[in-house]
Design a protein around this ligand. Structure first.
Ligand code: 4NP
Length: 159
């Protein structure tokens, strides 16, 4: 890999988990001084929320940790993303199945579960949409932990 990397975070709606991951990871990358080298985006497998901003509960939970995701707008995953992103990182097994179906036909970057970059032993960032506020805190905890592992992986591949 070159001295550049691109990362796409994928969930179902692109209004809770993946925009949170985009915001958290952007902060980790900026703190490491790599913002010119690492391009970050997020999207959803569904078309349900295209053009909408993140869920207010996600915005508030992120804001409480100093991260502003208010300007993000949801978009849908496209098969072209597999040709343009170096990392396609999904939140749960259903996202993985959905993106892998497209990957088998399209080729390109093989999608991976985000939490494989972490060390909690968990596989999925659970969908917080239908639950309470504590779900959004849990999402942030998991994303912060795995994001550090993903950043280390990128730094190693760039070295
Ligand atoms: P996300 O959460 O995939 O983390 O953005 C969801 C957002 C919306 C819905 C489901 C999950 N929904 O059913 O509308």
């Amino acid at each position: 890999m070159s001295k550049r990397a691109s990362v796409l975070f994928v969930c179902l709606g692109n209004i809770c988990r993946s925009p949170t991951a985009e915001g958290v990871f952007r902060k980790l990358v900026e703190d490491a001084g790599l913002q010119e080298q690492v391009y970050i985006d997020s999207c959803g497998t569904s078309n349900w929320h295209i053009g909408k901003g993140p869920d207010p509960r996600s915005q508030e939970a992120a804001s409480n940790r100093g991260i502003d995701i208010g300007g993000l707008k949801a978009r849908q995953f496209s098969e072209k993303d597999l040709d343009t992103f170096d990392y396609v990182v999904v939140m749960d097994r259903q996202n993985l199945a959905d993106v892998k179906d497209i990957w088998r036909q399209n080729g390109g970057t093989e999608p991976t579960l985000f939490l494989e970059y972490g060390s909690t032993g968990l596989a999925e960032v659970p969908d917080p949409y239908f639950g309470g506020d504590e779900g959004f805190e849990h999402v942030l905890d998991l994303i912060e932990e795995a994001g550090q592992g993903l950043l280390r992986n990128i730094q190693e591949r760039m070295a």
